[in-house]
Unconditional design. Structure first.
Length: 134
């Protein structure tokens, strides 16, 4: 009888310890990753502002929301991980801006894109007319 109780206790201990370890790992990860609702709120505000100024249609709004949410999340990561490394941070931010401009150019019309660049204070890039030799 004592042997059966001992075996049950050992089995319980073996089952409990890995489950506890998984719980601790999950909670530590959740604390390390910012809440996704913060990214959604910032992306929503940015996309609404863009919708008002650029007169987006529903399809553009939905696509830009996803792009903005990704950009906000990546911006947070860059500011967190590259805070002590200013040159590395600046490089990553310029890469993120270039990627963002490329994504916006796929979604927005040329006039909307020019207006976006004007609002950002960036120089307006000439549109690719496709007449050059390649």
């Amino acid at each position: 009888m004592k042997a059966k109780i001992s075996v049950l206790l050992v089995l319980f201990a073996l089952a409990y310890v890995p489950a506890r370890a998984q719980f601790v790992d999950r909670t530590s990860i959740e604390r390390a990753v910012p809440n996704i609702s913060v990214f959604n709120a910032e992306a929503t505000a940015l996309t609404r502002q863009m919708a008002n100024s650029l007169h987006l249609n529903e399809g553009q709004y939905a696509k830009l929301f996803n792009v903005n949410r990704t950009r906000v999340a990546q911006l947070g990561e860059i500011n967190t991980y590259f805070k002590p490394d200013e040159p590395g941070r600046a490089t990553r931010l310029s890469e993120l801006d270039a990627q963002y401009d490329q994504e916006c150019s796929r979604i927005l019309s040329p006039s909307q894109l020019a207006q976006l660049h004007q609002e950002k204070g960036a120089p307006v890039m000439p549109a690719d007319t496709g007449n050059g030799r390649g």
